[in-house]
Each structure stands twice: as C-alpha cells, then as structure tokens.
Write a protein that binds this ligand. Structure first.
Ligand code: LER
Ligand code: MN
Length: 267
C-alpha cells in the first residue's frame, strides 16, 4: 500500500516545493484536483515535469468536472460527461490510476415521479444509463472511474461501499471501481472491516482521515481493522490523505505517516 496526499494540503510555496516536501516526508503519491487541468492545459505539462523530476507519482484525480451526472438538465449532465471523459484522458497523461466520481452532492435534484418511480429510483437508472459512455472512455484510457460513497450529510445517493459495488457489478468493467474513504466509512459503515472485505476486488483507491477529519492518529477511527481488511483483500494501490493538518504541518504529517506505517507493519 502506497500512502500519499492531496497536493492542496501540502505546505510549500509552489508545486515543486510541495512535491519535494511530500517526498522528504516519505509520501509515495500525490492526488490532484481536476478542475485546473480543464481550464489550462499548460498545467498538465507542469505537473508531469515536477512529478518526473521529483520521482513522486500522480496517484489520482479528485473530481473537478462541471455539474453532476444526476442533475435534472440534460445539458448539465452532458457537460459533466464531457469533462469526465476529458479528465480520464488527462489522467492517462499524468499516469493517474483513476478519476474520483461523486454522482451528486446533497438531496435529489430531479423530480420525484411517485407513484411511477421515486427520485432515488430514477437517479439509479439515470446513473446506469450514463455509465457505459464514460466507462468506455475509462477502458480506452486505462484510467478508472472511482465511485466514491460519501456520508449522509454530503449526499443522499451513495453512502456505503455496498451501494457503489452494485454499479460495478452491473457494468462489470476493470475500469469502473470504487474508492473507500475512511472518514465517510466511519460514519456510514456498520463495520469497516466487513464492508471492505465484501467490496473486495472493486476497491481501487482509498482516502484517509481520522474520525474528526484531521490526520490519522488524531481521532478515534480504528485504522487497524480497516488496514487489516485491505491487507487481506490484497490491496496494493494508493491511500491518500484527505484531511485537515494541524500545525506544525510537516511534523504532524511525519507523525501520522509513522502511525500508519507502524499499523501496516504489525497487522
Ligand atoms: C468529500 O467529502 C470527499 O470525500 C471527496 O473525496 C469528494 O470528492
Ligand atoms: Mn474523499
């Protein structure tokens, strides 16, 4: 398992300094936010160069597309799909394993058509109807779509791993996977160990944060059982920090990395 961090969280005056700091702490990958790459293609070259020079891989792209796949307006959904497909191409160029996809934040936006179908039923079908188009691009670019379940305060739609697995099983592609975020799992999963074991081969990416969404080791999440489950399913991909970092940042990042590496060594 390779532990990394999102670039926006890193201290450092510029991109190169951020990557160098990440390397000096011992991180193995950096996750980037997608939007800037859509707005300025030059950024792709800059990230590629800094990644090559420092030897730190770009692990993944975290969202950044316009709108959401479950918006009511067809044109907004189309723009979302276009951006997702472009980000998959950019992901391939950057060497990222995938693009994180949240189908919708907040409550449903489409009309509830009860008694024909309620909003959730319609959303499920709407997502399934759009996945083949973007999964085709994921297969072509060999850059995965990573469905991310979020806690109930951020979305009503995908909250638990098993809900995301449903789409993976239906589409059944090597390039439609899920990502498990310890912060959200700590709120929504009855048992993180069991949920990871059940989602098994579909898990291709991880976000790390403790119960209070600061660095692992600074809250009360049981990382031991979660990491044990990941080890047992043979997980070898990235685990990326997505959390607050109290000052002094570099010192606390080192402490947290030691805390996680220590667990990984002992399980
Ligand atoms: C939002 O809470 C989150 O976990 C992000 O990874 C969503 O893209
Ligand atoms: Mn996350």
């Amino acid at each position: 398992m390779k532990i990394g961090i999102q670039d926006a969280l890193l201290p450092g005056k510029n991109l190169r300094e951020k990557f160098e700091i990440a390397k000096s702490i011992g991180f193995k990958g950096i996750e980037v936010w997608g939007r800037p790459f859509l707005e300025d293609e030059e950024i792709i070259k800059e990230y590629k160069k800094v990644s090559k020079d420092t030897g730190i891989n770009i692990s993944s792209i975290c969202a950044g597309y316009r709108n959401f796949l479950l918006e009511p307006e067809p044109e907004n959904r189309r723009k979302s799909r276009e951006d997702i497909k472009r980000l998959l191409e950019i992901g391939k160029e950057l060497g990222a394993i995938g693009l994180i996809l949240v189908p919708i934040f907040g409550p449903p936006k489409i009309t509830d058509l009860t008694p024909y179908k309620n909003a959730y039923e319609l959303e499920k079908e709407l997502l399934l109807s759009q996945l083949p188009e973007i999964v085709e691009k994921a297969e072509e670019t060999e850059c995965c779509i990573l469905l991310e379940p979020l806690n109930r305060y951020e979305t009503h739609f995908l909250n638990r791993l098993e809900q995301a697995v449903e789409y993976c099983e239906k589409i059944n592609s090597k390039y439609l996977k899920i990502m498990a975020d310890f912060f959200h799992m700590n709120i929504e999963e009855a048992n993180i160990y069991e949920s990871i074991k059940k989602a098994n081969k579909w898990i291709s990416h991880i976000h790390l944060a403790d119960s209070n969404r600061i660095l692992p080791g600074m809250g009360h999440t049981d990382f031991k059982s979660g990491f044990k489950a990941l080890k047992e399913i043979g997980y070898q991909n990235y685990m990326i920090l997505e959390c607050g970092i109290p000052e002094p940042k570099v010192e606390n990042l080192k402490k947290s990395l030691n805390f996680m590496e220590d667990i990984l060594e002992k399980i």
